[in-house]
Ligand binder design. Structure first.
Ligand SMILES: *[C@@H]1O[C@H](CO)[C@@H](O)[C@H](O)[C@H]1NC(C)=O
Ligand SMILES: *[C@@H]1O[C@H](CO)[C@@H](O)[C@H](O)[C@H]1NC(C)=O
Ligand SMILES: *[C@@H]1O[C@H](CO)[C@@H](O)[C@H](O)[C@H]1NC(C)=O
Ligand SMILES: *[C@@H]1O[C@H](CO)[C@@H](O)[C@H](O)[C@H]1NC(C)=O
Ligand SMILES: *[C@@H]1O[C@H](CO)[C@@H](O)[C@H](O)[C@H]1NC(C)=O
Ligand SMILES: *[C@@H]1O[C@H](CO)[C@@H](O)[C@H](O)[C@H]1NC(C)=O
Length: 420
């Protein structure tokens, strides 16, 4: 496993240096992956007898009371929250992060992989990355950090690093003993939300992971659902994929605000009122929408390998009914909904206790989710509707024909839709 990644990594770095301007990289590493990463054989980290799994193996009945015959994950559940940027995935990821002591949650571990390869690979056109992503997620769900370590820069020393991306976003990485107390004179300290921790010892992280009943990972970099088949079919895992989608018009607005320099072109178009439809930016938007739609179509078509393991959720529904949607996601994942998660959601959506009881529409978070409607010029809306039309239709986002409808928030742009 390690050697494999070392080889891939070295080849990639070498190619980066030699072929910086060419796109040979994606093709070559694609071949490398096909050749070197077996798609079938499940991989267990460290040794072949996953001790923690064994501990649970005897428990044929899991927490939900269901007989667990399907996999040898030992009643353990693995949730992959698959999204794209600006879909509210950090917020939704918290629903799982806040579950409590039995949850091991990771926030965007694939960031390291993308960052390292992005220097040369045409990430937005890459056929090489998906295989690597799926493989690293598979290892992480099995609590093996070594494939990911190869991509952390600078390289961890003795499996210790102060550089894990957004480590503080994972409660499990901020509790003792994974969080080692910081000495006063140690300069490199990490601000976890609850306490300050020293650099992260990945061996300890792995041990913590093995001791937790459930695992969840949020990832905005997995673009194609089909690349997850080996992960989903791994008999050592019990994977539930939750695909989170959002109105592409809202995503565009959010991205323009979050990444102003990257979206400069869109801002210029917004001012000019003209959008050249053949522009690369427009094509990229279309590409993103198509990928999300194709993945959703695959998931909703219920292929054998995904049966009972795929759920599609709209961010807008979560904004309207956070508690109900959280419960549904937990139920789907087969994890008991904890009071701790419930309390977190109450606090962070400003739902009142009474209101949450009947799952009433949450005014505030849904208002937040609708804000974009008054901050996007109609011209841009038209472009999004044109290139993302098929995705919008599939997800039930209503088209608008004029500026008045767009900005009138008493007109809903959301069709009531059940995906199952
Ligand atoms: C795993 O367990 C089996 C049976 O208990 C044993 O035969 C095998 O040697 C073990 N493998 C490792 C790598 O420990
Ligand atoms: C996408 O690809 C184009 C060339 O194909 C490149 O110029 C651009 O920087 C890439 N964008 C990202 C976000 O990687
Ligand atoms: C994108 O990938 C395809 C297939 O590998 C390739 O034919 C095409 O030239 C690539 N485009 C860019 C801009 O690199
Ligand atoms: C990291 O934790 C492991 C397991 O407790 C320990 O054996 C190792 O010495 C630690 N590494 C460092 C550099 O402290
Ligand atoms: C909605 O929530 C935000 C904080 O998220 C708060 O500032 C605002 O006052 C709330 N609005 C209403 C109408 O409750
Ligand atoms: C917004 O739409 C509602 C429902 O169609 C309508 O009654 C109302 O007059 C509209 N408001 C404005 C400001 O156009």
């Amino acid at each position: 496993m390690r050697t494999k990644y070392a080889v891939i990594f070295i080849c990639v770095v070498a190619l980066v240096i030699i072929e910086k301007e060419s796109n040979i990289l994606s093709r070559v590493s694609d071949k490398l992956i096909q050749r070197q990463i077996p798609q079938q054989t499940p991989k267990t980290p460290q040794n072949d007898n996953n001790t923690a799994s064994k501990d649970y193996m005897d428990n044929k009945v899991d927490e939900t009371g269901d007989i667990n015959v399907k996999s040898s994950s030992g009643g353990r559940k693995h949730v992959l929250l698959m999204a794209s940027t600006r879909t509210g995935s950090s917020f939704v990821g918290e629903f799982f992060n806040q579950h409590g002591e039995t949850m091991f949650y990771l926030f965007e571990p694939l960031w390291h992989v993308e960052r390292l390869l992005a220097t040369a690979a045409e990430v937005n056109n890459s056929t090489a990355l998906p295989g690597i992503y799926g493989d690293i997620l598979q290892a992480l769900f099995l609590c093996d950090f070594s494939p990911l370590e190869k991509f952390i820069s600078p390289s961890p020393q003795n499996h210790v690093t102060p550089n894990l991306f957004r480590r503080e976003s994972s409660l499990a990485l901020c509790e003792e003993p994974v969080c080692t107390p910081v000495l006063k004179d140690v300069f490199e300290r990490y601000h976890c939300k609850i306490r300050q921790c020293g650099p992260l010892n990945l061996t300890l992280a792995s041990e913590s992971c093995l001791s937790k009943q459930h695992h969840a990972i949020k990832a905005v970099r997995v673009r194609q659902l089909d690349t997850l088949q080996p992960l989903v079919e791994d008999p050592h895992l019990n994977v539930a994929v939750i695909q989170l989608v959002r109105d592409p018009r809202a995503i565009l607005v959010s991205r323009m605000v979050a990444f102003p320099s990257k979206y400069q072109t869109w801002k210029t178009w917004a001012q000019d009122g003209q959008v050249p439809e053949n522009d690369e930016e427009v094509k990229r938007l279309k590409g993103n929408c198509d990928q999300v739609r194709i993945s959703a179509e695959l998931g909703l078509s219920k292929p054998q390998w995904l049966k009972g393991r795929y759920m599609l959720v709209r961010y807008e529904d979560i904004a309207r009914y956070p508690m109900q949607k959280a419960e549904e996601m937990y139920k789907f994942a087969g994890i008991p909904f904890s009071s701790r998660a419930r309390e977190w959601i109450l606090r962070n959506t400003q739902t009142t206790e009474e209101a949450s009881g009947i799952y009433s529409t949450q005014k505030n978070s849904s208002e937040q989710a609708e804000k974009w409607r008054t901050s996007i010029p109609f011209t841009l809306v038209q472009v999004v509707q044109k290139v993302c039309g098929p995705a919008m239709k599939l997800f039930g986002y209503r088209f608008v024909d004029d500026e008045k409808t767009l900005s009138n928030r008493s007109i809903s742009l959301l069709e009531d839709k059940q995906f199952s």
